[in-house]
Design a protein. Sequence first.
Length: 346
Amino acid sequence: MAEAEEDRRLEYCSAPPRTMPNLPPDMPLARQRAIIVNRSKWANGTQLHYTFLHGAPAQADVVREAFQEWKEIGIGLSFVEVDSPAEAEVRIGFVQGDGSWSYLGRDVLLQGQNERTMNFGWNLRSDHGRSTAFHEIGHTIGLPHEHQNPNAGIVWNEEAVYQYLGGPPNNWPRETVYHNVLRKLSPAEVEGSDWDPDSIMEYEFPSGLVRSPEAYRKGIFPPGTISKIDKEQVLMWYPALEAQVPRLKAFQSAALNLASGQQFNAEIVPDASRPYQIGTFGATDVVLVLFEDIGDGELRYLAGDDDSGEERNALIRIKLFAGRRYVARVRMQYAKDSGASALMYW
């Protein structure tokens, strides 16, 4: 640390509890894990629209730059700033005293249209503030807290953690400390086997809070930037999109042979304006999303369906218009046996 630890008490992200699916207890564990670990992920190619509520203070530029840096990794997601909360999936506030936080991944879609999905409760125009912007956007694209990774093997001095975070400037109640620090994620909530102490999703902790591993008893000090492993992880979830996608013809199915986490993309250009159905077939759990191409490469979200954990297939019913271009995306959550399935519109 550059300053004496007793003089430097950081403010920490207080992420809201994650929404978990209500899965039957007798569901095979492999299927449960696939559904849970993929639940927070967006369909690759999604354009996430963000807006600043109640105006954008000068420090909003830090958030804009952080979105751009995530995009420049080469991921398939993109981020577009809009003026209206009604057009935004991501709604950003700067409510001081309410901490900094973001809902995890697609949980942002469960929040009311005028409610914040992300907040910054302190000045972002500092090294710590810039790291906070990267961190909260990491939550929005689906990354949980890294120090809660069950593979980290961290043994905490729990009462010291409660005391440290229960005091200023965080003043957290014990349940917030437990949820954001001490609670280990279920193995079903994480991918990979390694802990990344350099992750942007890792908190900085001073000496005296970690009992083991021995190397971190004097503290955990991530650099506050997007790490190499962070980049590898998000590129695995959201690889660069192919330049062209196949065109789906009405009443002709496209065969899908996808592993968990993989995705199929197809364009739809209807010959007639009328109500259509777009659906998947097969013993799978998928997220099906439909976008409309509104020009200049911008895809506007129209509808989606997630059949994960249910004994049915994803289905969208919607009116499409002749000559317009639409893009359907199918993200595989879990595939039974071979993973063979199909996508069709009719």
